[in-house]
Structure formats: C-alpha cells, structure tokens
Design a protein around this ligand. Structure first.
Ligand code: FES
Ligand code: MG
Length: 569
C-alpha cells in the first residue's frame, strides 16, 4: 500500500529512508505529538487575505475544519494559497483564476496530504479551487464561506451588490444626490461573507452542492451563522471518511453530477459567470459542456428560486426557506440521483429524507414555478459562431425578438469616453455593442457587459436596452445583455467586424444573434482588421495571453485542460 500521511510522496535521491527521517525530524518542529504525526493528513487550503473582505471568516472556518479532522483521528495541516477578492484585483479576478487554480493544484500535489478541504467563497475562488482539485485528484471537500447578511438603511434591506447597482442607477439618473449615495455605500456590505444575492459566489456555492462536493445543506448558510462553523467541522470529519472509503473528487465530479449542476444553475436563475466556471471545472475531468445541451436543459428546467437580482429575496432567506436541498428535491425527477456526494451517500439517498420545511415564497414548487424555462440560454449565429449567453431570467422579454441598429464601442476606453456624451447618436431601440472586452483582450474579460444606459437615455427614463459584448456580467446585474460572444473580438471573431449603423437581429426564441451584413462586405472588413490581441513580453500575463481559451471552453488554459502529466504521489 502506498505510504499515507507525512510519508507520502517522498523525493527519492537514493536513500528514501533518509528522506523520511529528514521530513519527520522537521515535522517535529510543528510541535505535534508523535501519534498525530503518524496519522493520515488532511490539507486545508486557506484563502484568508486582508484583500478579500468576503473571506474575513476563513480563519474561524479553518479552525473548525481542523477540529473535525482531529476528532476523526487525522492530522489537519493548513496551507495558504492565492486569494482573489473580487473588487480588489486589476485587471480582473478572472484573469487570475487560472493562476489560483494552478497554485491550488500544485500545492495539493506537491505536499504530503491524503485529502484536502478547500475553504473559499468569493466569485473566482471556488471555481479555481475546484479546477485545481479536480486535476490533483485527491479525496476533496469544499467549504464555502457563506453569504453576507443584509444591512438596513432607512427601513430598507440592502445587500451587495444588486442594491449597489440599483442605487447607482438612481444616482446616474439624478434621482438621488451624492450624500445619499455615500450613506448607501456604508450599508451595502456589513458582514463577512460573499455577496448576499444570487451572484456568482452564491451560484457557485449552489453548484458545489449540486455537484456533491460540499456537504448537503451547507451552500446557503450565512457566513456569520453558527451552523456555518459546524458545517466546517463536519467537512473535516467528512474528509477523513473519504480517505477511508477511497472516494476522490473524480468519483464525485462526473458527467452526471455536472448535468445536475447545470439543472440547478438554470433553476436558481444563477449567474452567467457560472457557465464559464462550470465548463472549466468539468473540463479538468475531461467532461465537455455543450451549449446546445445547455439549451435543451434550459427548455425543460423551471426557475424556482426568487432571489435578487431577479426577485426580492436574499441568500439568508434562501437558507431559512430550505436552502439548495429544497431546490434539489423539486428537481429530483430530472436529476441523476445515483451521483455520489462527499457525505458518502448518493444524491438520491440524501433527497429521500423529506425536507423539514420549505418557504414557497422563496423556493417555488416545480408545479408552480416562477418561470417555466431555465434562466440562461445560449445564442448562436453569424455574430457568435461559438455561442453567446443571455440571462433571460434577468432580461426584458419585450426586447427578445428585435432587430436594431448597432452603436459600437471599440474598447472599454472608448465606452468610457463616449457613453455619456450628450452628442452620442443613440436611441432607445439601438443595440449597444462593446468590442475587445473578451478573454484575449488586454482587459481580461471584465464584467463590463452590463453597459450603462447612455446618460441622456437614462435621464429620459430608459431602463433597459439590448447590449452585446464579449465581456462578462456580474451575477448581481440584470438587463437584456448578450455576453461571452465567442470567438471574441480580440481574436478576430465576427464581433470585431461590427460597425455603427449595421443591423443586428436578436431572436431568443430561435436562439440566434445575427449580424445582417453581407459576406462580401464582411470579407472586406476582415481583410482590413488586425486582431487586437497582444502577447506581453513576460510573466503571468504572457502565459495567459498564450494559453487562454475562449468562453465556450471555460477560459481555462489550453495545457491545463489536459490530463495531469504528473500523477498525485
Ligand atoms: Fe466577494 Fe461579491 S465581492 S462575492
Ligand atoms: Mg460578482
């Protein structure tokens, strides 16, 4: 049997016993007893960082995980990895997601551990941890930090960050003044934890529960709730059980569980970003997510959860209403119930236990859904040969079957310079188009797809317009917004060929987005267009530019989707 615990993966330079002796003598300095040093090791990937407000509670969770490991007879060893605090990173957090995934994968593989517990929460951290952990292939349990609680302001509940956007839109439209927006700013994010709405972090927590990689019932527990600490403790114990049973992350993240995760994503009206992340996580296990399959699932999956940005509720309400377990029970006839979870039971066994209580205002019954079809659809057509995403649950159906005149912005800088220009030639029924904000652009695919309504139109009361780009959108945003257009403009995709005045046709019912310009003219423009992607001279930015894949492949790096060249020791 392969060595366990601290004796795993010793480098063999000829005298293996010496290597073991050297490692154990160093381990002595940790101050643990001899008995503990001989136990199976559970590594705990900690993402605490003072640049990550969402992870303020991570130390407390890590302490609880340790307790669970110790109680089950193992040695818990915490190690740090990169942490990605969504709003503190330049150019974007997505740009660094793959770096964090590499850090996580390599540190799991390089260090002697028999299982790993991943503690993360903010938007890109759970995807990065799961991508790395799938490639590393050990028994794995994810712990999420949990969502923030809402704050109160003049009798209103506020939660990051759909309400951030709502108030900023009022400020732009001149409905509230600078003093008021400053007061609001102080009440949007008032506790540790991830954004309080169904944004990307909450969506990824829900997906993690659907995948079976976090403990059942734990996705929506608020960050500051004592149950969150108990969930962390139980996760440490669960990691020890996975070691004993020989269950690895590859037994849990399977084609069946990935499809379950897509169902849940659609049923919760989840973030568009989650499509990219789930594609990347699945890709590490050799599982492809076909956007045509997404559309099939979307047509047959009702929206059941009524959280912001589309509904009135927050994550703390979802937890009190029955959590993701309540959603899974409604979806059960559509799910692959034989999938294994980190609790050691199958999804079917878990769901056979009836829910104690479900608040139907927050989690609807399958027979009485919020919407009969799923929250997201993929669009294809001459403007997006490899697909684009529309969150129809957050969009205005009045704009779904439209032809419009393109008003093109060639970059983020161009957008910033002109969008509020009183002389901008734009009308409410035009389509705003943003180029060069995709994965290969220098901006690293920011959440810029939520193009602001031009100020003069906002002041005239326009609330939504068709907006099209190769960028992403925050999961907390809403509008008729076509995102992730692939291939992106920077790589020379058709999006790069759009000019102001062109006609574009959107048909959500046909799942199409087409540029109505004839082939000869497009060929002429293509010949005159130089792709704007550049390869930086050095560092991570160079690796990123050389390796990043398009959105339909999860924006992973090409060489990371392949099987690992070095198996776990
Ligand atoms: Fe971390 Fe929103 S900023 S989840
Ligand atoms: Mg976000």
């Amino acid at each position: 049997m392969a060595p366990q615990g601290l004796a795993r993966g010793l480098t063999n330079y000829g005298d293996r016993d010496f290597a073991r002796y050297l490692r154990l003598s160093m381990a002595r300095a940790m101050g643990h007893s001899s008995a503990l040093l001989n136990k199976p090791v559970v590594g705990i990937a900690s993402t605490y960082s003072e640049f990550n407000n969402c992870h303020r509670g991570v130390p407390e969770l890590v302490t609880a995980v340790k307790r669970g490991v110790l109680a089950a007879g193992g040695l818990p060893l915490e190690f740090p990895t990169i942490s990605l605090g969504e709003v503190f990173l330049n150019p974007t957090s997505l740009f660094f997601r793959n770096l964090m995934a590499m850090d996580t994968e390599e540190m799991i593989r390089a260090q002697p551990m028999d299982a790993v517990v991943l503690v993360g929460g903010c938007d890109k951290t759970v995807p990065a941890q799961l991508m790395g952990a799938v490639s590393a292939g050990l028994p794995t349990v994810q712990v999420v930090t949990g969502p923030m609680m809402t704050g109160r302001w003049r009798g209103e509940r506020l939660g990051a960050c759909t309400d951030c956007r709502r108030f900023w839109a009022k400020f732009r439209a001149g409905e509230i003044d600078g003093d008021t927006i400053a007061e609001v700013e102080g009440n949007l994010a008032t506790t540790a934890g991830t954004c309080a709405v169904m944004g990307t972090a909450s969506t990824m927590a829900a997906i993690a529960e659907a995948l079976g990689i976090i403990l059942p019932g734990t996705a929506a527990i608020p960050a500051v709730h004592a149950d969150r600490i108990r969930a962390a403790e139980a996760s440490g114990t669960a990691a020890m059980a996975l070691i004993r049973q020989g269950i690895t992350i590859r037994d849990i993240i399977t084609p069946g569980s990935v499809e379950n995760a897509l169902r849940v994503l659609l049923a919760i009206g989840g973030s568009t970003n989650a499509i990219i992340h789930l594609t990347a996580i699945a890709g590490r296990a050799g599982i492809d997510i076909d956007l045509h399959r997404l559309n099939q699932l979307s047509d047959a999956t009702p929206v059941l959860v009524d959280l912001k940005p589309t509904g009135p509720f927050y994550m703390e309400d979802l937890h009190a209403a029955g959590g993701i377990g309540a959603v899974l029970r409604e979806l059960a006839p559509m799910l692959n119930l034989d999938c294994l979870t980190v609790s050691g039971e199958t999804l079917g066994e878990r769901l056979a236990v009836p829910a104690p209580y479900v608040d139907r205002a927050v989690v609807r019954a399958r027979a009485a859904p919020l919407q009969p079809e799923g929250g997201l659809v993929a669009l294809f057509g001459s403007l997006a040969p490899r697909g684009a995403i529309l969150k129809r649950a957050a969009a205005d159906p009045a704009l779904f079957e439209r032809e419009g005149r393109a008003v093109v912005f060639t970059s983020l800088e161009d957008l910033a310079a002109r969008i509020d220009d009183p002389d901008l030639d734009v009308a409410a029924d035009d389509f705003l188009v943003l180029q060069n904000a995709g994965p290969l652009s220098p901006s690293g695919m920011p959440e810029a797809g939520y193009l602001p309504i031009p100020k003069k139109l906002a002041q005239a009361g326009v609330k939504d317009m068709v907006r099209i780009s190769d960028a992403r959108m925050s999961g907390t945003a809403y509008g008729t917004i076509v995102l992730h257009v692939a291939p992106d403009a920077a790589s020379g995709g058709p999006l790069a060929l759009v000019r102001t005045g062109d006609r574009i046709r959107l048909s959500v019912s046909d799942r199409r987005i087409d540029l109505l310009v004839d082939d000869a003219e497009l060929a002429h423009r293509r010949a005159a267009t130089v792709p704007t992607a550049i390869t930086p001279a050095r560092g991570y930015a160079r690796l990123y530019a050389q390796e990043v894949l398009q959105a339909d492949q999860g924006c992973d790096f090409d060489f990371l989707r392949a099987e690992p060249s070095r198996p776990a020791p």
